[in-house]
Design a protein around this ligand. Sequence first.
Ligand code: NAP
Length: 259
Amino acid sequence: MKLENKIAIVTGSSKGIGAAIAKELAREGANLLINYNSDRKGAESVKNFIEKSAKRKAITCRADIGKMDGVKKLIGKAVDSYGRIDILVNNAGIAIWKPFFEITEEIWDKTLSTNLKGAFMASQLAAREMVKRGGGVIVNISSIAANGSMDCLVPYCSSKGGLTLLTKSMAVELAPYNIRVNAIAPGTIDIKRNRETDPKYPENWHPYIPIGRVGRVEEIARPVVYACSDDSSYMTGQIISISGGQTDYVPMPGSDFAK
Ligand SMILES: NC(=O)c1ccc[n+]([C@@H]2O[C@H](COP(=O)([O-])OP(=O)(O)OC[C@H]3O[C@@H](n4cnc5c(N)ncnc54)[C@H](OP(=O)(O)O)[C@@H]3O)[C@@H](O)[C@H]2O)c1
């Protein structure tokens, strides 16, 4: 196993990509802190999977990653429960599709707080703990939206663009402390929320993807394991797209483009 007895936090791991990452880290031997904001049942089911199938430890923590109080609670719980942090995956994220002129200050603030500020705050507090233990790994879950050119996603694209430079600049400052920082940038991935927004989601979106299909959550989780393990020991400050070859443009679900 590549992550035997490592202590890992995955923000936003009650469902979707975060849940798959938490399970995959556990399969590789890590003990987990599962974070959620609203979906307690989802978080409990991920915990059950980790304990019963992967036979690793898992605890859950409700914390809003967009607020400093929430981040302090999350990092504090990991340290109180496990005594250290080896891996932080900044996965929690939201996407609110709105034409540019309909974006409110509230939408902007919520998106940037969750997707970018939360990653910064969690990284700063977790890195302080990693320094005490001689090092660690941070993985940010970005998006091909960091490359821009997406329809009706100005706050989201801005947050993921910011995550690119957060990743690169943290990597430089944290390298002397033996902390590696990388980002995995998914393309269009098959999650429940996307199917709710657009029931024909996989069929509608595959024309934009050279490989010809949307991705599965496990196809993001495996590269995250790579970024967390010693297999990538010489890699830091990198943004790795896992997107079936898709580079940037994505239409708004339900738009004429998507029909
Ligand atoms: N799906 C895609 O096609 C795709 C593509 C590129 C990048 N991504 C990125 O992948 C990451 C995971 O997204 P997903 O697609 O798996 O979406 P998802 O299924 O909607 O899951 C989002 C997760 O983030 C959590 N979350 C949201 N706001 C939070 C907050 N304020 N504090 C703590 N947790 C919060 C949610 O927790 P609760 O449900 O408990 O509230 C949930 O666990 C995001 O960063 C997203 O931008 C996704």
